[in-house]
Design a protein. Sequence first.
Length: 389
Amino acid sequence: MKEIILIKNGELALKGQNRSNFEDILIKNIRRRLKSLGKLNIRKAQSTIYLEPAEDDYDFEEALQRVSLIFGIAGFSRACVCEKSMEDILSKAEIYLKSTMENIKTFKVEAKRADKNFPLTSPEICREMGGKILSYFPHLKVDVHNPDIVVYVEIRDFAAYIRAEQLHGAGGLPVGTAGTASILISGGIDSPVAAWTMAKRGLRLNAIHFASPPYTSARAEMKVKTLLSKVARYSGTINLAIVPFTEIQDQIAEHCPEDYFTLIMRRMMMRISEKIARDSGSLALITGESLGQVASQTLPALVSTDSVVNIPVLRPLIGMDKEEIISISRNIDTFETSILPYEDCCTVFTPKHPKTRPTLELCENAEKGLDIDNLIEKAISETVYTYID
Ligand code: ATP
Ligand code: MG
């Protein structure tokens, strides 16, 4: 029995004239994400996207799993392909619906007849299908108001379909419809969640990671790549810039007052990130900061980090509790990786008494001993680029 995946686009329906453009990007994303599974025909008709495997040994379950992670898909379902005759539809229904129907008590049938040449009207299709289902599965009852399951019969131009279960999609908007932004990614819990949250709103992601070997190890860098590959299951390919940060940290440790270490480090990261972001076509930075979570995330501290850049800084977690962030990170399967104990460049130089209420003037004074322009230029020239998918 031949199965296909039907995709209905939630929020896309709101986009009026842009709709077709959004759908084209979504289809491109789907094609890219399912490419390695084999040949697939993709068709778009009447606000539905049809994914039809063109090979017998196609891994359909894996395709369903991947589709469930693609942003811009509110709901989708698997469906059985039938000839456009009631005879074929009814006989396939018995086999196709068996496992679903065994576990429920009530159902109703809805029919959609897009092909008006089909000899039966929609109510007639419902009646015939409903009667047959009751005879196939005698434990069932019809409940038109609150059924456990709705069985849909769709008569389209090119075929007829039976489907029963609506599956939840990842929601959001297709990646790429909102432009590109750069996530500052650490090995922690928050930044992968921030990356996922913004990709969900349609942003394509670039990533920037600051590494401080030998203070931070190769394993710490691997951890960041693993986290990004988990985010990439949703966002698609992520370009990653790995910036050497050791010299800057050493210089800060040598020339700046200790209670400003973290703040100055963050300011340096932002300055470098702005340049890398602009060079790679990003229109904004994204960070995993959450108001008040640590000393460098108080409002005065955020003001002081923002003040060194001239690019929007998106902080999708700003109003979230740690518990909420952890809950998302478990859902997107980054949590277990994030809590691996490898050192991060920020933890290596954590001051005993970090400044929580810095003023811009104090920050500027504190970093006077640094040759900021040279440090930035050198770090950027030694940045290594790779990609994660
Ligand atoms: P996270 O869990 O994302 O590490 P955090 O709560 O530990 O966040 P900080 O360490 O203060 O907070 O970092 C704040 C933000 O700065 C991070 O969310 C991330 O966006 C960015 N950041 C921190 N360290 C790095 C790094 N080594 N490379 C790139 N970005 C970083
Ligand atoms: Mg961190």
